[in-house]
Structures are given as C-alpha cells and as structure tokens.
Design a protein around this ligand. Structure first.
Ligand code: NA7
Length: 286
C-alpha cells in the first residue's frame, strides 16, 4: 500500500487499463475524464471521481495524464478549470500522452514557474500491452523527479527508461511510432506484392513470422490483415498525428514523407479504424 496520492486524467482505451493497475497496486487513485461515463469503470474499482483537473491536482501528489493530443493538453493545463489554475506547489505532473516535445517544454516551464514539476513519459505498446502492464515507458525531464516516481511508472509496464531532458521522451516516442508507421506500410505492401504473384497471405506471413523479421507487430498486424479485422487497437488517426508531429519536429526523410502522405489519405475514410487499415487503403488504391 503506497501513500502517494494519484490523480489520473484521461480514461480512454489506454488510460482506463493503466489507471486500474495503480488501484490494484494499492495507490489511492482519483480520476477525471472529460466524458463522465468513462469514469464509471474506475469508480467501480474504488477510484474517487473528481469534477475538474484543478480540483484533482489539489488533492493529489502525482498527476498522470493520458489523453489524445496537444490540444487536449492545452485544455487540461490552461482551461478554465485546468491544472495551472489551482495555485498549488510541489506536485509532479506526468504526461504519458503522445504529444510534441514543444508542448512538453512549454508546459514544463509553466509548471516550474508555479513550483511544480513536469515529466513527459509516453509509452510504447497498445491496449493489449496496457492491459497486461507490458508497456515500455520513456521519460524526459528532471532526473531526480523521475527517480521519485519511477516506482509508480514501473507498475504500468515492463520497462521504464530515463532518456533525457524535457521533451526527450516525446522525441523518442515519435521515432518509435514513425517506425511503426513504416512497418505497417511495409508489411501491407509486401502482402499486396505477394498476392499479385499468387502467393497466399497466410504463406507469406508464415515465412515472415519464422524469419529474422518476426516480431510482435508483424504477428498481430499480420493476423489482422489475414482475418480482415480492422477493429481499432491503435486508431489510424493517431498514427497520422504521430507522423505529423515527427514531421514538424524534423523527420522529412523519403520514407517518412511517403508514410505520412499514405496515412493522411487513408485517414479520410479510415480514421477510426486500426492503423493497419493502411493495408485496405493501399489495396484499394493500387
Ligand atoms: P482514446 O481512447 O481516444 O482516449 C483519448 C482520451 O483523451 C479520452 O480520455 C478523451 O476524453 C481525452 N481527451 C481528448 N481530447 C480532450 C480534451 N480536449 N480535453 C480533455 N480530454 C480530452 O485514446 P487512447 O487512450 O487510445 O490514446 C491515448 C494516448 O496514447 C494518445 O496520445 C495516443 O497517441 C497514445 P473523452 O473520453 O473523449 O471525453
């Protein structure tokens, strides 16, 4: 049983299972989500519901945020009932959302001016890894602050790694997610090419999954292609966001440019599907 009081903001597909791990680990957890019905599952597990980010930070030692994008972060920090309105000091705010390094630097500065601390701590892994506490957490910010909360983050994943100053966690995450975008498009193009040459998808995937290229991603996303299952584990709109953030931060290489434009095109009709829907998009447009 830990005495660190946790305030959790953002109970979407990732935040919901992640916050439950902290309740299971014995932390007192209070929650806030913009759409109130998503708080029900956490309340049933023993979490307290709080009406605003501002109220949440007043009663918490550590605030953890898992929301969609930079816009959501602005709202949560600077909105009328945002974290920065509370006038408290000595709090640690951990932003686990995939956002730009720029917004982390901006929010860290505002937090520091108030006597609070900010860490960017995005995660690698999707809903399945969140549910199984198998995420990889990459952390940027002041190292002594990180060391104070490492025990909390360790409950969410299999690895927590400090990677540098504020924004370094975000930059690491954008590098990783860009590679995921390349993998998804590469796998899709390989399947399309094999099919054009009368090779069955199943056979190609069996070869890939027994080769040096085998990994969890090609296994799960290969199965999704094979079973025509595009239920979202990782929304396609989120990979578009990540490729766009990486692009804004300087990733404009040939592969990144191609992947960004393919996913951007796919987003027009498949935003709410899984990111491996890029396969359907490329199949339709070939
Ligand atoms: P989801 O399931 O789309 O959940 C997004 C969460 O972000 C959800 O709690 C949203 O609240 C919240 N959100 C979005 N916009 C806002 C604003 N403007 N203000 C407050 N809260 C907001 O995403 P995932 O859980 O899959 O992913 C979360 C992150 O991990 C993301 O950065 C991914 O790239 C990786 P809502 O319930 O809609 O009211």
């Amino acid at each position: 049983m830990s005495s660190i009081k946790i305030g959790w903001i953002g109970l979407g597909k990732m935040g919901n299972p992640m916050s439950q791990h902290l309740i299971n680990a014995g932390y007192p957890v209070a929650v806030f989500n913009r759409s109130k019905e998503k708080e029900d599952a956490l309340k049933a597990k023993g979490a307290e519901r709080v009406s605003s980010p501002s109220n949440l930070i007043q009663q918490s030692d550590v605030i953890i945020i898992m929301v969609s994008d930079d816009k959501a972060i602005y709202d949560i920090f600077s909105g009328a009932e945002g974290l920065l309105r509370a006038g408290v000091t000595g709090k640690i705010i951990i932003n686990m959302s995939t956002v730009s390094s720029a917004i982390s630097k901006e929010m860290a500065l505002l937090c520091n001016q108030q006597g609070n601390h900010y860490l960017d701590a995005p995660v690698s892994g999707s809903v399945k890894q969140a549910e199984g506490a198998q995420l990889v957490v990459m952390v940027g910010g002041e190292k002594p602050v990180y060391e104070q909360v490492k025990e909390v983050l360790d409950h969410l994943g299999k690895l927590t790694l400090y990677v540098g100053e504020t924004g370094a966690g975000n930059a690491t995450k954008l590098a990783v997610n860009s590679l995921i975008g390349f993998y998804a498009q590469g796998l899709s193009e390989a399947v399309i090419f094999a099919n054009q040459n009368q090779i069955r998808t199943e056979d190609l995937l069996t070869v890939i999954n027994n080769s040096a290229l085998a990994n969890v991603f090609t296994k799960f996303k290969g199965d999704a292609i094979l079973n025509d299952n595009f239920e979202p584990a990782f929304y396609l709109k989120h990979i578009v966001k990540d490729l766009g953030l990486a692009r804004d931060q300087g990733l404009t290489t040939p592969l990144a440019d191609t992947a960004y434009h393919s996913f951007l095109e796919a987003e027009k009709t498949m935003a709410e599907d899984d990111m491996i829907s890029i396969f359907r998009h490329l199949s339709q447009s070939k």
